[in-house]
Every structure is written in C-alpha cells, then in structure tokens.
Design a protein around this ligand. Structure first.
Ligand SMILES: Nc1ncnc2c1ncn2[C@@H]1O[C@H](COP(=O)(O)OP(=O)(O)O)[C@@H](O)[C@H]1O
Ligand SMILES: [Mg+2]
Length: 355
C-alpha cells in the first residue's frame, strides 16, 4: 500500500495542505515550528483516527476553524482506496470508498502505518499500556478475529469491575470469572503466538542497531502455571479490596533487558530510542509479511538525539523493509535515502514540492 495523495484542511497550522507523495521515499524539511510534525500527525490521524502526539480534537483543529478534514488516496497492486476523516464541532466522521460505517478499523486496515518520532523511547521507558498497544497492533493486522475478541474482553472486564465496586458476592462473580478468563486466555494465545514470531525479528534488528545482549520477554499478565480463572478466584479478596481486576491480559507487558540491565530504567535515552525503533521496524516487517503489502512509515525528525552512525544504521534497516517512508528534517538532507526522494519544503504551514 502506498499513500499517493494527501490533503488536510484546517488541521493545526494548515488551512490547506495538499501533496502528491512518492510511493517510496519522501522528505519534508523546514525550520522549527514550520509545520513538519503537524503534517505527519495529520497523515497519521487519517490511518489511526487519533494523533500520535496524544493531542485532542480541539488542539488539532486550526485556531479559528470548527472542524478539520483529511483526505487520502492509497494504492496497492490490487486496488485503489479513497479515505476521509473529519472531526471537530460537527463530530467525528469517516469514510473508506464512500462507506461511512466501517469505523476506525476500516481506516486502520486501509492505511496501516507506524510512527517513529522523538518520543519513541517511551515505548521502552513508558507505561506497559504502550507496549500492549504495540503488540496488539501487530495482532490486529495478523489475526482478523482479534478486535472483536479484545472488545468482548474489555466489556466483560468492565462488568466484573462493576461487581467488585458493588462488593458483590463470590457467587455473583463466579460466572464473570469464567467468561472473562476464557476471553483472556484466548487473547493471550494470540498475543503469545504473535510475540513468538516478532521476538527473533526485534532481536535481530536490535543487534544491527546496537550490538550487545538484548532480551525481550512477553509477560501475559498473570502467573505462569495457572489458568486465569484460578487466579481470578484466588485473588478475589484482593480484587474486592482494590475494586478492580488485578490479573489478566490487560496487565500484560514486554520486559526488555539490554546487556542485563533493565531497559526501562538503566539504559541511556539514545539506547532506549534505538531499542524502540527496533521494535517498531520488526512490527512493520511482520505485518508486511502477513498482509503482503508495504506499509507506511512516518519518521519525525529521526536524526534528533541520534549520532550520525546510529542514524545511518537506522536508515539502513528502514530501507531494507521497502516500506513507503515519509521523513521530516530541518535540513534538506537527501543522503538519508538510497535514492532520490520526493522533497517538500514547509514554511509557516505552506507546503511546496521542490522536486
Ligand atoms: N490548532 C492549531 N492552529 C494553528 N496553529 C497551530 C495549532 N496547533 C499548533 N499550531 C502551530 O503549528 C506550528 C507548527 O508546529 P509543528 O508541526 O510542531 O512544527 P515543526 O514540527 O515543523 O517544528 C507551531 O507554530 C504551532 O504553534
Ligand atoms: Mg516537529
């Protein structure tokens, strides 16, 4: 899949931005605060329905406007898709080829993308939720039934937590324990199968980027050697006291160690960044293999905080994936790419294609 055309209206600094993209390499350069990240954020928003900077809708809509509007045309060997997404005072709306009922899932399938931005180290150093979301993104693309399973689990978890808040009896909790545990076990089965495929790839890319001994361990969210139902029953008193379910796949994590140090706390930010990049690139590699199409990779200022050797190694790994790449930089430094990219210059929210 390649994003060949993109247009944003009333998004952040842009009144209107419109660009024809190269199916392989694209470089957007401009001074600080010219609108580089905002443009990637807009493209990311079309594929994910939300900002990768965690911004809310009000922040995304251009000051003085009421709604933002995004539009894109993608192309694969088999088909062409037209995607639209809008949000603001008029509420959220989306469409894929005119169909407005597919939900955010339809955008995510039509424009699968990953982002590496200056905050990427938080995938390693941040809360477990980020690593769960990372793993779930791969499972979502590899296993079509996953989303419904995950939704059913969230619903059951909410119900059980409600019972815990109401100090319900063991008898009342019993039936929820059973259904929650069944869904939780299924989620874990899919996650661990995907992690098994993912892990060798992360390890291999990490060793190219960083060298050293690295270990990635999937933790499912409850102790080994026990069924989840057993754990839910055993922990009932504690769950009732804390008024929420303490064990289950909503507590899963990936523990990461680098040269026997805990990556979350004991390695440098630059190393965390490269570990996180390896995780993202491995995820892209696996999803590309399964979907048999290249994905879109958004690289926001990849040179930030990385030395020139590391950035070269990172770009070598990126290029080897054959994904479509849109990178930003403050310099028009085309040497990041092995061949001529499409180059865009951004100035105060105005984009010029300078190629
Ligand atoms: N909702 C908004 N409306 C108008 N301008 C905005 C909005 N949100 C952010 N901006 C402005 O957009 C500019 C570009 O930001 P950004 O894309 O982060 O720049 P860059 O990545 O090029 O450094 C900033 O000057 C910022 O103040
Ligand atoms: Mg920026």
């Amino acid at each position: 899949m390649s994003l060949l055309y993109f247009k944003a209206t009333n998004f952040r600094v842009y009144e209107e931005a419109d660009l024809h993209l190269h199916p392989q390499y694209n470089l957007i350069y401009g001074d600080n605060a010219s609108g580089k990240t905002s443009l990637l954020e807009a493209i990311g928003c079309l594929g994910r329905g939300r900002s990768f900077r965690g911004a809310n809708t009000k922040e995304l809509v251009k000051h003085g406007a009421s709604d933002f509007l995004l539009f894109g045309k993608t192309s694969t060997q088999q088909k062409h898709d037209k995607l639209g997404f809008t949000n603001g005072v008029g509420g959220l709306g989306l469409s894929v080829n005119g169909d407005q009922k597919g939900g955010l899932e339809s955008l995510a399938r039509a424009l699968p993308l990953q982002v590496i931005d200056p905050n990427i180290h938080s995938l390693v150093a941040g809360p477990p939720e980020e690593r769960r979301r990372y793993l779930d993104w791969v499972v979502f693309h590899v296993e079509p039934s996953y989303l419904n399973l995950w939704r059913d689990y969230r619903r059951s978890l909410k119900q059980r937590n409600l019972l815990l808040k109401n100090n319900s009896s063991s008898n009342e909790l019993k039936s929820w324990n059973k259904s929650l545990a069944k869904l939780g076990e299924s989620i874990n089965t899919l996650r661990s199968a995907v992690f098994e495929i993912l892990e060798p790839s992360i390890t291999q890319i990490t060793s190219s980027l960083l060298g050293g001994e690295v270990s990635f361990l999937y933790e499912r969210g409850w102790p080994d050697d026990f069924h989840l139902e057993q754990v839910l029953i055993k922990n009932e008193t504690r769950d009732l006291f804390l008024k929420s379910t303490q064990a289950g796949p909503h507590r899963a994590d990936i523990s990461i160690a680098f040269d026997t140090r805990i990556a979350k706390k004991q390695v440098s930010r630059g190393q965390q960044k490269l570990l996180a990049c390896a995780m993202i690139l491995a995820a892209v590699e696996i999803v590309q293999e399964y979907t048999e199409q290249p994905l879109l990779l958004l690289l926001d200022d990849p040179a930030a905080e990385l030395d020139s050797k590391s950035i070269k190694k990172l770009m070598k790994e990126v290029v080897s994936l054959s994904s479509q790449v849109i990178a930003t930089s403050i310099n028009p430094d085309k040497s990041l790419f092995p061949e001529q990219p499409n180059v865009f210059h951004v100035e105060h929210g105005v984009i010029k294609n300078i190629l």
